[in-house]
Design a protein around this ligand. Structure first.
Ligand code: R1P
Ligand code: URA
Length: 292
């Protein structure tokens, strides 16, 4: 029996496009670049030789085109893991559900997804300007806990070691973090030897969950000191951003390949930031386009 998806579960617009992204199945390429900022979509697409479609709805802007003969779709996700839940489920539906019959397709289509983002660096080897690839992501967002199979794809001993090190239990900085690997094949192809490989915390916020204290005090004032000193089997936590865990986790559960690479725009250790990064992120975009 094929799985059938009623209109309440998979919402399809009148023009045949998927509910939030407004993308039609035939517009999706196998290679997908995800960016947070909708403005970054045009920057990625400025390198394309041609564009076959361009569509925008809320924070989700999508362009499909060709770069050196490779068909690529670039989509903005906005900020946060909740948006990654929407983007990943809708991209997977576009690839693997027949929009006419509302049934799962016979043949699985695997997508290759690379997120190009910005992040905060946490170690001396992640100064402003560094490109950090998330080999592992620690999800502070709780998203994966709502899907069956979460324990089968996560690194449970790493999760225990991290929680023990932080000394968090009960409601303290809940929900419980999950630890998930990016696609090794994509990391080897895209990070090569010139990007830092690290462990990224995907936080459920930019301020408190990343240990930034403005007027409201933090639940755990030592949070970032403990995160910076954490070490497990040679892994240290390198950076904070807000989407890599949900992307890696949902991709594993769905059978796609995914990874995140971010440019450091703030180093939390030495308390410096670069707000002019929009001019320099293009170097990272070109590298990913060449290697994807
Ligand atoms: C916060 O400023 C945003 O920047 C980072 C974080 O993950 C979060 O989305 O990534 P992007 O630059 O891709 O948005
Ligand atoms: N994005 C984040 O999520 N955190 C930072 O510190 C910088 C960019």
């Amino acid at each position: 029996m094929k799985k059938y998806f009623p209109s309440s579960e998979l919402i399809i617009n009148e023009d045949g496009s998927v509910f939030h992204l407004h993308v039609k199945p035939e517009w999706l390429a196998d290679k997908v670049i995800l960016v947070g900022d909708p403005g970054r979509v045009a920057l990625v697409a400025s390198h394309f030789e041609n564009k076959e479609c361009e569509v925008e709805s809320r924070e989700f802007k999508t362009i499909t085109g060709t770069y050196k003969g490779k068909r690529i779709t670039v989509v903005s996700t906005g900020i946060g893991c909740d948006n990654i839940d929407i983007v990943m489920n809708e991209l997977d539906a576009l690839a693997n559900i027949d929009f006419n019959t509302r049934e799962e397709k016979d043949q699985f289509r695997q997508l290759e997804l690379v997120r190009i983002g910005t992040c905060g660096g946490l170690q001396p080897n992640t100064p402003v300007g560094t490109f950090v690839c998330s080999q592992k992501s620690i999800g502070f967002d709780g998203l994966l806990n709502f899907y069956a199979g979460r324990n089968a794809v996560c690194d449970l001993p790493f999760e225990r070691a991290f929680l023990n090190h932080m000394g968090w239990s009960g409601n303290m900085c809940a929900p419980a973090p999950y630890v998930i690997d990016a696609s090794e094949e994509l990391i080897d192809r895209i990070a090569k030897e010139d990007m830092v490989r690290g462990v990224t915390i995907a936080a459920g916020g930019f301020f408190g969950p990343q240990g930034r204290e403005l007027r409201v005090p933090l639940a755990d004032p030592k949070q970032n000191d403990k995160i910076e000193s954490f070490e497990y089997k040679g892994y240290k936590i390198t950076n904070f951003e807000m989407e890599s865990s949900a992307l890696a986790g949902l991709s594993r559960l769905m059978g796609h390949k995914a990874m995140t690479v971010c440019m450091v725009i703030a180093n939390r250790l030495i308390k410096e930031a670069n707000t002019g990064y929009k001019n320099t992120i293009d170097a990272l975009i070109k590298t990913v386009l060449d290697r994807i």
